[in-house]
Design a protein around this ligand. Sequence first.
Ligand SMILES: [Zn+2]
Length: 311
Amino acid sequence: MSSAAVPVHAEIPPPAIQEVSKGIYAYIQLDGSWFLNNAGCIVGRSSTTVIDSTGTEARARAFHAAVRQVTQLPVTTLVNTHSHGDHTHGNFMFADSAIVASELCRREIIASGNAANALFPMVDFGDCPVTPPTVTFEERLSLYVDDLKVELIFVGPAHTTNDIVAWIPERKLLFTGDIIFNGGTPFALGGSVGGWLVALERIEALGAETIVPGHGSVCGPEVIADVRAYLQFVQETAKRGMEAGTPPLELAQDLDLGRFKDLHDTERLVPNLHRAYSELQGKPWGIPLDYVQMFREMLIYNGNQPLRCLA
Ligand SMILES: [Zn+2]
């Protein structure tokens, strides 16, 4: 096993753990770009529940150490918000916990393993043995950290086919997984643009005051409108492009991103348009698209530069 430390990049701060409500912590890895995800932990009186892990062996070990800084209580439960490797590769550090996720999330983790690593050859992933969820549900599951209720709610297909959010009503606190990107471009390659808009309505109705997004800084519910605006922009652009018979890559290359140009990872526009085209053609939400082709097109969009990944 490699024991490499988390790489240091001058332009981003190191990962940080911050208390967002009494005994509830967000683990934030800025700037939230590719593979820099957020996680969290809920410390009870007798045990701790962790929400998501991280994407590389070094980052998984650093996250585990950060949890250990705030509590020595056993981690009895790990929740995975969705199957993507940046949120689940580090599951192996919590292999003696119950790992809870949607049934579709478990299936996807088993089917894909660490396959996404090949798309990011610049990253030292270390050794992250695939560690799938052990407790699954379809629509809703309540779990309790001592007497604090955490409602796990399936909201897919949205960012992926298998998204859930973790809602803590007593604190009006919501862990959204990648339903919310704060400061980054939403990424719908593996999910559904239309489904994601429905998911945003559902999470908005919960009435959260504090949101721990899947990527980017802790925020309030106002960020829901930003993600919605971007997805609507993708849908409207795709509609115009389909009518004109323009392929998604070409459409993206000629497009003025306007207010969305300063989000990081703008190249996600290309697969997002492919996803929106697929839906406009009446194909089912969440139907698999060709990942390898989509990553190739993102590189072309970026002027044949590798994706910027600081993980
Ligand atoms: Zn994700």
